[in-house]
Design a binder for this molecule. Structure first.
Ligand code: FAD
Length: 263
């Protein structure tokens, strides 16, 4: 965007280049549908990339929500839900972060470059941060970090007093997405604690080992009985976490989940 533009021009500019319409779904939810230019593609790990789009002024969303992304693959349109990994506090762009699976939708996304346009319908979903909560525990598996990154960024940018513990499980160190940023946020935000755990570790790994389980939660979260739990990951991981939380005596009303179907 030209740097000399003032607020009003910036506002007009975002309208001129982004085709905005309202998309409604059969369940009555209404999201904004827009076509926007890809401003940046960020390599997060060997198989994960973030795609940043110019954020239309009309797009308001809550940390944790998702959108539907449409890409064209061999002349066919493919549409998938992807979490908005950006936080609403990031005003200039909206971002989603995708694991590159080698499957058709993923390949269609991977082929996109800066300056290409993409169709996004957003926001959708109820897996959102409740900023009134005093104690939150986030359990993320693999790509399940995407809504948690949005929520942690939001808590940090807004200086929220919510005490957050993020337990983030991966197979190997190379799989950790947003690692440096999460470590930075932990330094900036004294209410945020980040715990990485790996199922396959090298000798130099100083973080936790193994999958998230009841014992790990008990050790890392002293006030776990007063906490509300947010779980996100592949469906099998989300189910496994429910079992662990029931062992700890956490009531279902204190658990919020998002299944990343497709993994
Ligand atoms: C609410 C929600 C939020 C989500 N957020 C994210 C997110 O932030 N990031 C993210 O990465 N994912 C997210 N997902 C999952 C995402 O929507 C996709 O389902 C997932 O990324 C798989 O995409 P793909 O590119 O592999 O899809 P596809 O290309 O459609 O492949 C999907 C599956 O189809 C099968 N398949 C397709 N083609 C082949 C082939 N040629 N050979 C063999 N098998 C094949 C495979 O089983 C494959 O896993 C989210 C899902 C939900 C429901």
């Amino acid at each position: 965007m030209p740097s000399h533009l003032g607020n009003f021009e910036t506002y007009l500019y975002s309208f001129l280049r982004i085709d905005v319409s309202i998309a409604s779904m059969s369940n009555g939810l209404v999201g904004l549908e827009f076509e926007a230019r890809i401003e940046d593609v960020i390599v997060r790990t060997y198989n994960v990339k973030s795609f940043r789009l110019a954020r239309p002024r009309m797009l308001n969303y809550k940390p944790g929500q998702f959108g539907f992304v449409t890409v064209e693959v061999d002349g066919q349109k493919m549409r998938k839900p992807l979490t908005l990994s950006s936080s609403p506090t990031e005003l200039d762009y909206v971002e989603f972060t995708k694991k590159l699976t080698g499957h058709p939708f993923s390949n269609g996304l991977e082929a996109l470059k800066n300056g290409d346009t993409i169709r996004l319908e957003a926001p959708y979903g109820n897996f959102v941060l409740d900023e009134q909560l005093p104690h939150v525990v986030m359990l993320a598996g693999g790509m399940g970090i995407t809504p948690m990154r949005s929520m942690c960024r939001y808590c940090t940018d807004r200086n929220l007093s919510t005490l957050v513990t993020l337990l983030y499980a991966n197979s190997t160190e190379a799989d950790i997405v947003f690692r440096r940023e999460l470590e930075e946020m932990e330094k900036q935000n004294r209410n945020l604690k980040v715990v990485f755990t790996l199922s396959e570790t090298g000798p130099d790994w100083t973080g936790r080992r193994g999958r998230i389980n009841a014992a790990m939660i008990r050790e890392e979260v002293p006030n776990f009985l007063k906490s509300v739990f947010y779980i996100c990951g592949p469906p099998a991981m989300v189910d496994a976490m429910r079992v662990q939380l029931s062992e700890l005596g956490i009531s279902k009303t204190s658990i919020r989940t998002e299944d990343l179907t497709g993994y």
